[in-house]
Design a protein around this ligand. Structure first.
Ligand code: NDP
Length: 296
């Protein structure tokens, strides 16, 4: 194996430390405590785990955490009323509605009811538009985490060829926008892309966000490229369940210059960036300088 392993767990801890430092300064100098409200509708087990983890890390960073657990059959009107209340609450700087929502609720309608300034997931249509036009926005957490890792590892990204595998609204598209903002030459590949191996082989930076276990083999990787593996796939192997990424780790690591592992790569960065976005939202709400190194 020749690649440097990008340690997302350690880097996420550094980001959380920066968040905690900034929170401490906001409390000491401004008397402000950033607050994050998380809304969970229903009892999806995976969502419950995520919400618990978000709450724990929010509190550890010194911020206030407000949890709103609603029954699975909550009406859209009641959910929208709660969001209105949170929008108006000055103690709440960030609002996150845990997805997926139960089928009877319109996710787009609900997300677009959040005040864009408090939209720490960066999914509100206003934030999507701001990011797309290169303006200051709230940036979705997973792509923000990927960008932070790339900057940390590579420094300036200008002029590099980047291939983003996947075109989802939460990872692929915002990732491509961020890389374009860094002056990379960006290709977005998806399920209809022809000769995918040839496309990926051109890339100095590969971001894989497909959701297909170990789909990217080492011989698609340009020697020395930086590989960011967003995929989280549970598979059965050797009689147990293991987590693997979208890239075949051993063969890609043999060729790449650097690679993120799964687990322990992009995953831990996502919640760290949620905390970062909450501090940023708090600073914007109070017209205070934004924390350095925690935004796009
Ligand atoms: P989506 O299912 O929304 O999007 C997957 C994308 O991959 C689509 O654009 C799809 O193309 C493309 N795709 C599917 N099959 C192929 C193929 N054979 N060749 C090329 N492209 C293909 O997934 P998400 O973006 O939500 O998530 C992607 C992965 O990232 C998942 O494993 C998810 O679990 C993980 N994830 C990890 C996070 C983290 O914190 N680390 C956070 C969010 C997601 P098309 O549009 O043509 O269908």
């Amino acid at each position: 194996m020749s690649a440097t392993i990008i340690d997302g767990k350690a880097f996420a801890a550094t980001i959380r430390g920066k968040v905690a430092d900034h929170v401490a300064r906001l409390k000491a100098e401004q008397g402000i405590t950033p607050g994050l409200a998380v809304v969970l509708v229903g009892e999806d087990p995976a969502s419950q785990v995520y919400v618990r983890s978000k709450r724990k890390q929010t509190v550890e960073a010194g911020m206030n955490s407000y949890e709103h657990k609603l029954d699975a059959d909550t009406s859209e009107a009641d959910l929208l009323a709660l969001i209105e209340t949170l929008n108006a609450d000055p103690a709440v700087h960030g609002i996150l509605v845990q997805l997926p929502l139960p089928g009877h609720l319109d996710s787009d309608l609900v997300i677009n009811a959040i005040d864009p300034v408090k939209d720490v997931d960066g999914f509100h249509i206003s934030n999507v538009g701001l990011l797309g036009t290169g303006q200051k926005s709230m940036v979705p957490c997973t792509p923000l985490g990927c960008l932070m890792m790339l900057r940390d590892h590579l420094g300036a990204l200008s002029g590099l060829d980047a291939v983003v595998l996947g075109r989802s609204n939460i990872v692929g598209k915002p990732m491509a926008q961020l890389l374009l903002g860094e002056s990379c030459t960006v290709t977005i590949a998806h399920s209809r892309t022809r000769n995918l191996g040839d496309v990926v082989r051109r890339a100095d930076i590969v971001v894989a966000a497909v959701g297909r276990p170990e789909m990217v083999p080492g011989d698609w990787i340009k020697p020395g490229a930086t590989v960011i593996d967003v995929g989280i796939n549970r598979i059965e192997r050797d009689g147990g369940t293991v987590l693997v990424g979208d890239c075949h780790f051993e063969s890609c690591a043999a060729v790449a210059g650097a690679i993120t592992p799964v687990p322990g790569g992009v995953g831990p960065m996502t919640i760290a960036c949620l905390l970062a976005n909450t501090v940023t939202a708090c600073c914007r709400a109070h017209a205070l300088p934004e924390p350095e190194g925690l935004t796009a």
